[in-house]
Design a protein around this ligand. Structure first.
Ligand SMILES: [Zn+2]
Length: 300
């Protein structure tokens, strides 16, 4: 979605803003009026992404590309952007409409389940001094994203430090993967796929994950997400679509997620599914052994 937006809206001026559902800009104390006043008249510069957070650097109309603010977005469960070259009737799930000029476009934010949001906020320096995320060379990111770890696919990610951080604490490793502060971009589906690939049980306590497993897991995450990105993402229910309304194809390549009862493609054992920490979790009981403190002995 970032790539699609960047190629279509970069450089365009925000001429008008119509917030069709106030909760769409719920992070702003001044709501829709504040959002419109802040972004109106600014130019959309680079589109950047870190994990599940997407933002456009906003620049003044005249002058260089030095951004003055970020228009950030989180897609939640069902958010999507649609771009039109005309001004069609708004879709029933359209929460916000931006009218753009140079080029003239209509940019709609659709969100059926309304967990997503749009926000406008200052850019702050990245804690590690590296580029904010994919799509920008600037060491800046929106303030609300400052605590989010680097994306699993981010070349600036310090893989050694991240593998070490994954092994801290007593939470189950899947929970750590989903937490977004060590490494970001990993959602429920990709977590199950990466754990299957690295042969690690989702409930293994982080501190019981070996250094080799942590490295494997990080590599598996990058492999799964890299493949998914190459196919335009994972679409499970027609809500995930790119900016042209097409869905990704990755759901056809899943090994664990959504395959409970089917044979593991590696060993043939029927895959298991359980709700763990409120999330549907899939794994192979043979390839991904459950960890037992007694069997493993005291931690040295
Ligand atoms: Zn297996």
């Amino acid at each position: 979605m970032r790539r699609g937006l960047d190629s279509l809206v970069r450089g365009a001026r925000i001429d008008a803003v119509e917030i069709r559902r106030e909760s769409c800009v719920r992070l702003l104390p001044g709501g829709a009026a504040e959002f419109a006043a802040e972004v109106g008249g600014l130019r959309l510069s680079r589109l950047a992404r870190r994990g599940k957070f997407l933002w456009a650097e906003l620049a003044e109309l005249e002058g260089d590309d030095a951004p003055v603010l970020a228009l950030s977005a989180h897609l939640g469960m069902s958010g999507q952007f649609r771009i039109h070259t005309d001004v069609p009737d708004a879709h029933p799930h359209c929460r916000a409409r931006l009218t753009l000029a140079d080029p003239t476009l209509t940019l709609d934010f659709l969100d059926q389940r309304t967990f997503g949001y749009l926000h406008v906020e200052p850019l702050v320096p990245t804690p590690d001094g590296g580029a904010g995320g994919a799509g920008t060379p600037l060491p800046l990111l929106p303030a609300s994203v400052a605590h989010i770890g680097r994306d699993a696919l981010d070349p600036v990610l310090d893989a050694v430090a991240a593998a070490r951080a994954l092994r801290r604490g007593s939470r189950g490793i899947k929970q750590v993967l989903l937490d977004q502060t060590v490494v970001s971009g990993i959602g429920n589906i990709y977590a199950d796929e990466a754990l299957w690939l690295a042969r690690v049980h989702p409930e293994r306590p982080a501190h019981a994950v070996t250094a080799a497993q942590a490295r494997d897991l990080l590599a598996a995450t990058r492999e799964v997400m890299g493949r998914a990105l190459g196919q335009g993402g994972t679409s499970f229910d027609a809500l995930y679509v790119n900016v042209n309304g097409e869905s990704g194809y990755f759901s056809r390549s899943l090994e664990a997620y959504g395959r409970a009862g089917e044979p593991c493609s590696r060993c043939g054992a029927p895959l298991r599914r359980e709700t763990i920490g409120g999330r549907s979790t899939h794994w192979c009981p043979r390839c991904q052994r459950r960890w037992s403190a007694r069997r493993s002995g005291p931690r040295s």
